[in-house]
Design a protein around this ligand. Structure first.
Ligand code: AMP
Length: 167
């Protein structure tokens, strides 16, 4: 008789004062703290987050106008806005690679395409027989203004020495 009463009391929870129950981890009932999501840092190597970052990206995506001579899946060619010779075009990878120092092994095909397309455009411009110059500037000492790799194709007149000698 006594035994059955004890069992009933325990089951009914009516006689033993209890502490507030702990959060139920299984059901995850603990109220979640509101935290501000951290702004994602742009991944400079990810072409998705890098796109539209340079003026050349906008030319490639035709957001801003330029005199585009050629475009394929890897490169775009357009006339330099401030030409230094009768022919001055820029051969630019569609993928934003900021400088030569950022080229990865996976960019080999793109770099090769830039040269193949340079030859083609030079022929079309009629400057191949006389010759021309291809230039890629890199960073500060190279005087690189736009941080999106580009190869200058310059020709149509004698270009002189490549660099002035320091006296
Ligand atoms: P670099 O000094 O090698 O970075 O050369 C950048 C080149 O981009 C310069 O020759 C500029 O004249 C050229 N450039 C800058 N903005 C434009 C543009 N919107 N369209 C065409 N060429 C541009």
């Amino acid at each position: 008789m006594q035994r059955s009463t004890a069992i009933r009391r325990t089951n009914q929870n009516d006689s033993i004062p209890r502490k507030a129950s702990k959060p139920n981890k299984v059901l995850n009932l603990k109220p979640k703290k509101k935290t501000k999501p951290k702004p994602k840092k742009p991944n400079k190597k990810d072409p998705k987050t890098m796109s539209e970052e340079t003026i050349f990206s906008k030319i490639i995506s035709k957001e801003i106008p330029a005199d585009i001579l050629y475009q394929d899946d890897l490169v775009t060619v357009f006339r330099d806005i401030n030409p230094v010779a009768p022919t001055h075009v820029l051969i630019v990878p569609n993928k934003l690679i900021p400088t030569v120092d950022d080229i990865e092994p996976e960019d080999e095909a793109t770099m090769g395409r830039m040269l193949v397309v340079a030859k083609k455009i030079a022929r079309e411009e009629g400057i191949s027989d006389d010759g021309y110059r291809l230039i890629i500037n890199c960073r500060e000492h190279g005087n690189q203004e736009v941080m999106h790799i580009h190869m200058h194709l310059v020709g149509g007149r004698p270009l002189g020495f490549m660099l002035k000698r320091e006296s």
